[in-house]
Design a protein around this ligand. Structure first.
Ligand code: PEP
Length: 255
């Protein structure tokens, strides 16, 4: 099964020159590498989506958005819709990232509407779930993740569920240097598979891609992705360094 290596570039690559240097560097790093078991997905700020698509002549990576609005069009000042990004060739969209939940008050209900909108236009949503440190310390990890999945995916029909990618991102591991153990990640993977098996049946659960995200580096890719049997990674900081990002992909690809 193809692994997914997703780079969340967040609100970086400020100038056109920075963006172009980044793209050149990614292409240079990927060139000649046999990444046969994984797909790279880069998620730049929405302003750069078009350039990432047009400058990707050899289709070295797929392009994802970091967010979309849930309506297709209309009077929603400042928003960009799933339909708009789909129309320029975007394939994925990150939904429910912990930074959006924290800074933009995105609730599970908002996540649900955005996931539906993405699926309706043919995008694959990468739905982020994960507990805070306090929730983990209080033994609430299972409950939090179950609630986020049940609420966020409440309207997804069985015919579309395998287009959804889940990213388990413990909030306390994102942007920090703290990471869970392989066993802790595997426990969440098993929980997620069980939720999908109970809701949609075992064959569907087996097909669902479950990524890990939170402080992934080349040095930790084995512990955080390969050992717990994850289907790939969502990478923040290290995706800004093309050499490191591609190194992570190579490690996972060769596993
Ligand atoms: C993220 O923001 O999704 C993320 C995983 O960030 P980092 O890799 O920097 O922890």
């Amino acid at each position: 099964m193809n692994k997914l290596i997703v780079g969340n570039l967040k609100m970086n690559l400020i100038t056109a020159a920075e963006r172009d240097r980044y793209l050149e560097s990614v292409k240079k790093e990927v060139k000649g590498k046999e990444l046969t078991n994984c797909e790279l997905v880069l998620c730049p700020p929405s302003l750069h989506l078009q350039s990432f698509i047009s400058e990707n002549e050899n289709k070295e990576f797929a392009v994802g958005a970091q967010n979309v609005f849930w309506e297709d069009r209309g009077s929603f000042t400042g928003e960009v819709s799933a339909l708009m990004v789909k129309n320029i060739g975007v394939e994925y969209v990150i939904i429910g990232h912990s930074e959006r939940r924290r800074y933009f008050n995105e609730t599970d209900d908002v996540v649900r509407m955005k996931i539906n909108s993405a699926l309706n236009v043919g995008l694959s949503p990468i739905c982020c779930v994960g507990e805070t440190l306090e929730e983990r310390q209080n033994g609430k990890t299972t409950e939090v993740i179950m609630n986020q999945i049940h609420a966020g995916l409440a309207d997804v029909p069985v015919s579309k569920i395998t287009s959804v990618v889940i990213a388990y991102e413990p909030v306390w591991a994102v942007g920090s240097d703290a990471v869970p153990t392989s066993d802790e990640i595997m426990e969440v993977r098993i929980l997620l598979k069980k939720i999908f098996a109970d809701t949609f049946g075992l064959p569907v659960a087996e097909k669902m891609k479950i990524l890990y995200g939170g402080s992934v580096k080349a040095a930790t890719a084995k512990q955080l992705c390969i050992d717990p049997g994850m289907d790939g990674v969502l990478v923040g900081r290290e995706s800004l360094i093309p050499m490191e990002f591609v190194k992570i992909a190579e490690i996972i690809d060769n596993a």
